[in-house]
Design a protein around this ligand. Structure first.
Ligand SMILES: *[C@@H]1O[C@H](CO)[C@@H](O)[C@H](O)[C@H]1NC(C)=O
Ligand SMILES: *[C@@H]1O[C@H](CO)[C@@H](O)[C@H](O)[C@H]1NC(C)=O
Ligand SMILES: [Zn+2]
Length: 513
């Protein structure tokens, strides 16, 4: 008697036990049926791989099992269970990472532009730009700026030129290392340097204060934004929807430019980049606008908010803002519930991409942000870390197909979970809830692109036997849950499929390992 596909629900399992008791099926058959049923429920579980993909998967799984086995016998080398700061040197040597870096990953749907670029590039490039000044404010935080008549910033020291400071230091290399520490949370001892969430969030927020003003300097804004695109491109991403606030820009003479200028600058940078790297979303200009909210509405709304507001722009159509979000440490900000009436004043076309449930507090007012985000018809949920604890909400997420933007490294580094094998993303995957893998603020913790987050997704969140089917499903989700129009999506999938086939062939030809 065949029992395959019997057990898809808890009640199915009960009937199976009755059948065992009655002697209709053997214990071993029942056991196999349960495992098969769970495998089918998993993200990508029902995906069909072609012959070439099957062979590429075998290669991938050999490396994955090798790494899992090494970690199983010696937890010191189990990168999947370690803090990113400790695991990164191991991951950098990993064949799984090599595979993931080379794999087309589609879109990155949750990243903040001001924390997107790697700190080593910031040191190499921005810190050497003529005119960069540094001062210290009364909290002891370094503030960086290019304004010749620096604004207040609460500085208690004189502004000094970074290039002069470097020149007077013991050695440029020593200076550069200490400069990098201003903009990267890395420490070899995360547990003792950041004993609680308070410590790591304080430093994290301070880093936004350190770099905020320098990124409004037009030449720095241009170089930085271009680098943001480059780092995604180099990691085989083709598209992104980026959260950013649109601030005033300034130039060397101190002239100020209104936030619209940020939008027009973006347009030029993205266009230039696409012309140079046609593989990165080399779309034609679309007439159908995916963005409904223009920038001005976005930043003048919610003026009573003490959370900062972020607008989200799409790299396919950077001249339009596609929606917005509230950001900040959720537990300390005002809950979303307070904004319901203000949000109701926005045009019906406004799309929301709320951070919600980035908390360990079950039943606290910020935990209810998930509820409000869903009642407000959010398009996607940023993090959704607490969602597992709310059965009505995750059922709604499933039914309404609202994607959860899972950012594993962010949740770990920012103190929600120590071992990513305990991340609720496992629960979302176990039943194929709509989800995408994102990187949030990679530049602030020494990550780059999306491959490191994908490493944890497949090594820590997914079960041991999950391979290419799960990966492919996550990649495809990234376009499916983007706000690309149907027409844009079709073009994007075409490009993705071509890149994917080429990747699979390269794996089989031995070009990846
Ligand atoms: C900084 O980056 C920009 C943009 O990529 C580039 O044009 C410039 O040459 C870089 N400068 C340095 C010093 O590397
Ligand atoms: C959310 O969407 C549902 C169904 O599309 C609709 O009935 C409801 O009015 C919407 N709610 C808000 C707050 O826009
Ligand atoms: Zn975020």
């Amino acid at each position: 008697m065949t029992v395959t596909n019997w057990v898809v629900t808890a009640s199915g399992l009960i009937s199976l036990f009755i059948h065992i008791d009655a002697g209709f099926i053997t214990y071993e058959d029942a056991r196999r049926a349960v495992i098969q049923a769970e495998d089918a429920l998993l993200t990508g579980g029902r995906l069909h791989l072609n012959d070439k993909e099957e062979r590429a998967n075998e290669i991938f799984m050999r490396y994955k099992f090798d790494e899992l086995a090494a970690g199983f016998y010696d937890s010191d080398v189990n990168a999947a269970g370690l803090h990113f700061f400790k695991g990164k040197p191991l991951i950098d040597k990993s064949n799984v990472l090599k595979f993931l870096k080379r794999m087309p990953k589609g879109a990155n749907l949750h990243m903040h532009n001001s924390a997107s670029v790697s700190s080593d590039w910031m040191v190499r490039n921005i810190s050497y730009m003529p005119g960069l000044l540094r001062c210290t404010n009364k909290e002891g935080i370094s503030i960086l700026s290019f304004r010749r008549t620096p604004r207040e910033h609460g500085c208690v020291t004189q502004y000094v030129l970074v290039n002069e400071e470097r020149f007077r230091s013991i050695s440029p290399a020593v200076y550069d290392r200490s400069f990098e520490k201003l903009i990267n949370l890395y420490t070899p001892k995360p547990d003792s340097d950041y004993p609680t969430i308070k410590h790591v969030w304080r430093k994290f927020q301070n880093m936004f204060s350190t770099t905020g003003d320098l990124l409004s300097y037009i030449p720095a804004f241009r170089a930085y934004t271009r680098r943001m695109l480059e780092e995604m491109y180099e990691d085989n991403l083709m598209y992104a929807e980026v959260r950013m606030s649109f601030k005033e820009l300034y130039d060397y003479s101190g002239r100020l430019f209104p936030p619209d200028r940020t939008v027009s600058e973006l347009l030029v940078i993205v266009e230039d980049f696409r012309r140079e790297y046609p593989k990165f979303w080399a779309s034609k200009r679309f007439t159908q606008h995916i963005a409904m909210l223009n920038g001005r509405v976005c930043f003048s709304s919610l003026k009573h908010s003490n959370n900062c507001k972020h607008c989200i722009f799409s790299i396919a159509n950077p001249d339009f803002i596609i929606g917005f979000d509230l950001v900040g440490q959720e537990d300390l900000g005002k809950p979303l519930h307070n904004f319901v009436s203000e949000l109701a004043d926005l045009p019906k076309s406004a799309k929301y991409f709320f951070h919600a449930g980035e908390t360990n507090w079950y039943g606290a007012s910020t935990d209810f942000n998930l509820l409000d985000a869903l009642l407000l018809n959010t398009t996607r949920i940023g993090h959704g870390y607490a969602l597992m604890k709310h059965p009505v909400l995750w059922n709604a997420v499933k039914k309404r197909n609202v994607a959860i933007e899972v950012s594993p490294i962010s949740n770990q580094v920012l103190g929600l979970v120590a071992d990513l094998r305990n991340h609720p993303g496992s629960f979302y995957m176990s039943q194929n809830l709509p989800m995408v893998i994102c990187n949030d603020d990679p530049g602030f913790w020494g990550s780059k692109g999306l491959s490191y987050d994908f490493y944890y997704a497949i090594m820590s969140l997914a079960p041991n036997n999950a391979g290419l089917k799960t990966l492919k499903s996550l990649v495809w989700n990234s376009l499916r849950y983007s706000v690309l129009s149907k027409q844009e999506e079709r073009v994007a999938f075409e490009k993705l499929e071509n890149a994917w086939d080429e990747f699979i062939s390269d794996v089989l030809k031995g070009k990846v390992f």
